[in-house]
Design a protein around this ligand. Structure first.
Ligand code: FEO
Ligand code: CA
Ligand code: CA
Ligand code: CA
Length: 589
């Protein structure tokens, strides 16, 4: 081909046709192999998946539900063996259990039995799975010494400045340092020292009970969205009832650090990284070697955060055991002129004092959202994943949408009200230093259909009718620093296409050009994109396949919108991690 270097596309896979049906589709020349499905046995003694007899003891030994974040940690130099670390964000009871026949969420909550709730709790959390690449493809090593399930009942330490604070103490845990379980773990990150960071997101769905206005935790509960119950757990476990155990909710909403090399180690909720609806926790190194974690708070009008450790990353794994327990959490202000600043959330500085109800750094961290608003952070359109390009040092923020932003609330960093399709912001840290206090930013792309002027999308003119997308959510960079975006919210009505993966050019004259690579079955969203270090395998997570293709409607076990990936009348649809490779081998192009 005659294209010059300046105009050459970074991507040259044949573009996939956008659309929506029961199947997963990937660009021609690529293969997509379901690698881990809900219910797959992980331990040698794990029973085979039997959805009509599912129970908590089996589920604790099997792959969990609704795989979201996926991280790959190589175990050999060639990258043919590694640990896959996977978040299990939530459960869809109506798709998991036969015969619920409930028409709405309240009906599901009322119908669930204690045993079914125990299955749900065991299907939450995360999995560590050793995988190997063989001639036929990747396979899980059932019974590997690394195998681990973390659930909603696993003992987890609370560490850092808020650990042990009276607001984290309950009758069951007078120390305020040990909580049972992690829940709604959405996206995450893998650290250079080989641990897994996992963000607890919509914790409000699990807590019943209202607090009286005069209760000291009432404002905090409201700020976290309590009062929108989606789960039955509080019917059988009083700790999920705010009226009975008001402090229990303060023990959720953190970033959890897990050592996948030591299955006996207690995971750690790192309170220094703040408490809010955590999406991801991808990181990068500051020029001086401190570790930086970028953090999104996924709710309308919430914020973009950054944590910078006090210490530097050490070459030995053990040297980083407590690195994330001390450092500075900051929140972003995006000025209209394209500059920006990280505002430190440090007790005693500016308004973060006793007069405003912050007696200590623990208070600042437990009520991070209130602290951020007091400091003048920019309210954003649902910040999801944030990832740094390892090649350029520029940072990309997925802003998924915001139907509640009004035209009067339009401003340069959130330029559409309402924002139905989301946008991507590119941040250039000053001095290409992730530790710098200031940055420049611009909108990389406003998402949505470019053929509709009223949408005000801004994909490049080279983007085809298959190449545009809405609702960016997760993202990943491959080894060449190319950006791949996963979406959540495309469907027949919203965009006439399924969620999936789009590759997006960030450099040169093709900047802002998107190209369609993969799409998920109806009802699913696309999560977890992650490359092996050789770029030969692209892991993607298909979440909640089989939901109805309309907002708010409930699916059912008996009549799911798809039975992917098994397509057996005896099996429900199953959330699964899929390994994508190039037919005949080679890098994903
Ligand atoms: Fe769990 Fe923000 O998606
Ligand atoms: Ca999700
Ligand atoms: Ca997400
Ligand atoms: Ca989402």
């Amino acid at each position: 081909r005659a294209a010059s270097a300046a105009t050459a596309a970074a991507f040259d896979f044949p573009e996939l046709a956008a659309g929506i049906d029961e199947h997963l589709h990937v660009a021609e020349g690529y293969a997509a192999q379901p690698l881990l499905r809900w219910g797959d046995p992980l331990f040698a003694d794990a029973p085979a998946f039997d959805p009509r007899r599912q129970n908590a003891a089996a589920q604790e030994r099997q792959f969990g539900y609704n795989n979201d974040f996926v991280g790959f940690i190589p175990l050999d130099a060639a990258g043919q063996r590694g640990l896959l670390v996977v978040n299990h964000e939530y459960t869809n009871a109506e798709l998991m259990f036969p015969g619920l026949n409930a028409v709405d969420r309240k009906g599901v909550i009322a119908a669930l039995s204690p045993d079914q709730v125990a299955v749900e709790m065991a299907a939450h959390g995360g999995s560590v799975v050793e995988i190997v690449r063989e001639a036929e493809g990747w396979r899980p090593v059932v019974g590997s010494l690394y195998t681990r399930r973390i659930t909603a009942t696993t003992p987890i330490d609370l560490t850092g400045p808020a650990a042990g604070h009276p607001r984290l103490v309950t009758e069951a845990d007078p120390s305020g340092r040990r909580v049972l379980g992690m829940i709604n773990n959405c996206s995450g990150g893998v650290t250079p020292w080989g641990t897994w960071l996992s963000g607890e997101e919509n914790i409000n769905y699990y807590f019943a009970g209202a607090l009286p206005d005069a209760h000291p935790e009432a404002g905090n509960a409201k700020a976290m969205g309590m009062g929108s119950l989606q789960y039955a757990w509080s019917r059988f476990h009083p700790r999920f009832d705010l009226a009975q155990v008001p402090n229990e909710a303060n023990r959720f909403g953190w970033v959890v650090e897990i050592d996948p090399f030591d299955p006996a180690s207690a995971p750690k909720k790192r309170t220094a990284l703040g408490r809010f609806k955590h999406e991801g926790a991808a990181g990068a190194r500051a020029l001086d070697g401190r570790y930086v974690v970028y953090l999104g708070d996924d709710e309308r009008f919430q914020h973009v955060y950054r944590f910078v450790s006090d210490g530097r990353v050490q070459p030995e794994r053990g040297g980083n055991a407590d690195l994330l327990d001390s450092g500075t959490l900051s929140v972003a202000r995006f000025a209209p002129d394209g500059t920006g600043r990280w505002l430190p959330l440090v007790h005693g500085r500016d308004k973060l004092n006793a007069e405003n109800g912050f007696a200590s750094q623990a208070d600042v961290l437990i009520e991070t959202r209130r602290a951020a608003k007091l400091m003048g952070a920019t309210p954003m359109d649902r910040p999801e994943d944030i990832e740094a390009n390892p090649r350029t040092g520029r940072v990309y923020v997925m802003l998924t949408n915001n139907g509640k932003r009004t035209a009067a609330q339009e401003e340069p960093a959130n330029p559409r009200g309402p924002n139905a399709f989301g946008h991507v912001i590119e941040i250039a840290p000053d001095g290409t230093d992730h530790g710098a206090e200031t940055f420049r930013w611009e909108v990389l792309v406003r998402c949505g259909d470019p053929s509709k002027p009223e949408v005000r999308a801004s994909f490049s003119a080279l983007t085809t009718e298959n190449g545009w997308f809405g609702m960016p959510d997760n993202c990943a960079f491959d080894g060449r620093g190319r950006l791949w975006i996963a979406t959540d919210g495309n469907n027949r009505r919203a965009t006439g296409r399924a969620d999936g993966i789009w590759a997006v050019e960030t450099e040169g004259p093709r900047r802002g050009t998107a190209r369609h690579f993969l799409r998920v079955p109806v009802g699913a969203e696309m999560c977890g994109p992650c490359f092996t270090p050789d770029d030969e395998t692209f892991f993607v997570a298909v979440q909640h396949p089989g939901e109805p293709d309309e907002e708010g409607a409930l699916g059912s076990y008996e009549m799911p919108s798809t039975r992917w990936p098994d397509f057996s009348p005896d099996l429900p649809p199953r959330p699964s991690v899929v390994a994508v490779t190039r037919k005949g081998g080679g890098r994903i192009a």
